[in-house]
Design a binder for this molecule. Sequence first.
Ligand SMILES: NC(=O)c1ccc[n+]([C@@H]2O[C@H](COP(=O)([O-])OP(=O)(O)OC[C@H]3O[C@@H](n4cnc5c(N)ncnc54)[C@H](O)[C@@H]3O)[C@@H](O)[C@H]2O)c1
Length: 279
Amino acid sequence: MSTQAYPQLLAGKTGIITGALDETSIAWQTALRAHAAGARFLLTNTPVALRLGSLQRLAEETGSEIVPADATSLDDLEKLYAAAQERFGQIDFLLHSIGMSMNVRKNRPYTDLNYDFLQKTYDISAVSFHKMLQVAWKRQAFRRGGSVVALSYIAAQRAFPKYDDMTEAKALLESIARTFGYHFARRDGVRVNTVSQSPTPTTAGSGIAGFQKMLQYGELLSPLGNATAEECADFIVVLFSDLTRKLTMQNLYHDGGFSTTGLSEALLDLLPDPPAATA
Ligand SMILES: NC(=O)c1ccc[n+]([C@@H]2O[C@H](COP(=O)([O-])OP(=O)(O)OC[C@H]3O[C@@H](n4cnc5c(N)ncnc54)[C@H](O)[C@@H]3O)[C@@H](O)[C@H]2O)c1
């Protein structure tokens, strides 16, 4: 990516970016672009992800500090915001880019979920968003005009059988964005939105059974094709910017037109012709 010509939409803004694991991560690409757009931020992920991933390289590239935090731990989140506030004062943006399901990992089908795993899915993939917002709320961490974005998927609205228990996690995540979005708008003039992104070849995405076919299906159905992680990152930068000041409590489809296309010619062409009718 050429960073020289990147619009300086986030000049002077500061924030927190969660969920960058490696270069494929939506959060990684967002960090690169937010940096190119003039922002300063803290990067955070779990201690395990910090060991397994390559976050240090991203931190060096973007001049950022890493603060380890498990997003399900209120103690860790308090420390994360304390570090952000110590460095920046109040912050302007937060990216929640966190998802994990043990049911998906262990290939448990939707009709045979393990309920301990399900609780974990909710806690990591959705309730962590509420926790990040609630800790920020109590600490008055966001500057007026700030913007929060979390990543979602269209399985929250439509049945995608292989998306497993992440389906309900995303429905919950989107609901939290609306309800907390109301409170943040009223008190602090802060926006909260979710971006419903195309299937994207990342570590989390590739864990879904049949992911390569979902990717292919998305490519064939979406008139603009699947949105990439880089394109998603560009969109998130716009959402963090002052150009979207009155956009809040929305789930925004960033999917090349997938969500509003019934059938594409590309998909239709793949189906065999029906047998000719006999008189
Ligand atoms: N890849 C896709 O197809 C796709 C499509 C739509 C939405 N999303 C969403 O995008 C977001 C980012 O995922 P990605 O696709 O970039 O994959 P990714 O694997 O790169 O990112 C997921 C991140 O979640 C982090 N994480 C897991 N448990 C955590 C915890 N307890 N505390 C803090 N962080 C934790 C992981 O370490 C990882 O960095 C997720 O919410 C995902 O559901 C992905």
